[in-house]
Design a protein around this ligand. Structure first.
Ligand code: NAD
Length: 368
């Protein structure tokens, strides 16, 4: 670290790297953009020129060996997240890794192990945890306004939103899966984060692939490759039961015959409910024995939490991470079990789930 500025490097100079990471890290006074790397060197050169980054590399190992960096963003295709993050951590560099943390729980755990060995920090790029709405909802739920949470719905469904048909996103070896690992990682994560990430007990679900052959369902602005591979799901639906009795049903789709795109998290508790539908927060409650809906007015000009500022604060002053690597392992463990259930066409239980259910005991929660 130089004059209290973190020396920053970026690995994987694609669309998300520019839109999210560079655009934000460049604004922070205690971060110095030092180096950028991409196997496609032209991508790195273009962004280096635009953002005035002095050093350009075509190989991440070379960059990490040559430069004294404090912090890197890992914005490559998913299958490289574990390899690159682990390498950076063992070089003594903090890592801001894009979601999903890795393609499965085993690889995600390797990142946690490297982090523990190095004493450095890892944050997962779960930007949906940092919106004003999510920050507000997390506080509201943690205070206990909902009572006992028993049921959650989560989803992100698009009519035409394949992120580049035939690119690495639709290739299982590169992405680890399809829409579940892409959009599911965002909104199932958000739902489970809000309810405190309970221990899962069992999961069931299905995956569908109906739009791999179409040329009309690409996401706006994402180029496809007509000769590329498409061997992942474009729709995923499922149901998770948790050891505390709560349940979640979810639906994710890159392409579907629906009227309108929709994102949603709906959380039902014994004392109240909350919803976040297409970015709008609502609270469902009771006042004077009457059901009421409350629409909180969040000031869009005040950013309650900034993902990038937050990570820098965590590094500099030990603030607790909102999206630590361990949460990435939790999510990938659920996704691994979901895929297993979908392929087997059977519910799958989690290894540590409690099978000692007392026969004839009531399955219902005691009403207090
Ligand atoms: N948080 C979000 O909202 C969000 C949004 C989009 C993408 N993402 C995630 O960001 C990551 C990148 O997605 P994208 O849309 O930017 O993809 P992209 O294809 O636009 O960019 C990936 C870049 O990585 C480069 N790359 C490939 N192998 C490399 C290597 N060995 N070393 C260095 N660079 C390498 C590619 O050349 C490319 O420039 C993915 O993990 C994706 O899931 C997150």
């Amino acid at each position: 670290m130089n004059n209290e500025k973190l020396r920053y490097g970026l690995i994987g100079a694609g669309s998300n790297a520019e839109r999210k990471h560079l655009n934000n890290y460049m604004t922070l006074p205690n971060v110095e953009l030092v180096a950028i790397c991409d196997v496609n060197i032209e991508n790195a050169q273009r962004l280096a020129k635009k953002y005035n980054i002095p050093k350009v590399y075509g190989n991440y190992e070379e960059m990490l060996n040559n430069e004294e960096l404090d912090l890197v963003s890992v914005c490559t295709p998913n299958y490289l997240h574990a390899e690159i993050s682990t390498y950076a951590l063992l070089k003594g560099v903090h890592v801001h890794c894009e979601k999903p943390l890795a393609v499965d729980a085993k690889q995600a755990q390797k990142i946690v192990d490297a982090k523990n060995l190095s004493g450095k920090k890892v944050m997962v790029g779960l930007n949906n945890r940092f919106t004003n709405e999510a920050v507000f909802l997390k506080k509201y739920i943690d205070v206990g306004y909902l009572g006992d949470i028993y049921q959650v719905k989560a989803g992100w469904i698009r009519r035409s939103g394949i992120p580049g048909r035939g690119t690495w996103f639709t290739n299982k070896d590169c992405a680890g899966g399809g829409v579940m690992i892409d959009l599911g990682v965002h909104y199932l994560d958000l739902a489970l984060y809000l309810i405190g990430m309970p221990e899962p007990s069992y999961v069931t679900g299905a995956i569908h692939q109906n739009f791999s052959h179409t040329t009309t369902r690409n996401r706006n602005g994402y180029k496809g490759d007509p000769n590329g591979i498409f061997n992942v799901e474009d729709t995923a639906v499922g149901f998770i039961g948790f050891q505390n009795g709560a349940t979640v049903n979810f639906e994710f789709s890159w392409a579907s015959n629906i009227e309108q795109d929709k994102t949603f998290v709906e959380i039902l508790g014994t004392k109240g409910g909350v919803s976040l539908i297409n970015g709008e927060v609502r609270i469902q409650s009771e006042i004077l024995d009457t059901c009421v809906d409350i629409a909180p007015v969040l000031n869009p000009n005040i950013k309650l939490k900034n993902e990038f500022e937050h990570f820098v604060q965590c590094i500099l002053s030990g603030e607790e991470l909102i999206a630590p690597a361990e949460h990435g392992v939790y999510m990938m463990n659920i996704i691994d079990h979901f895929y297993k259930a979908a392929y087997k066409k059977k519910p799958v239980t989690f290894e540590n789930s409690n099978d000692n259910i007392l026969l004839f005991s009531s399955p219902f929660r005691e009403i207090k």
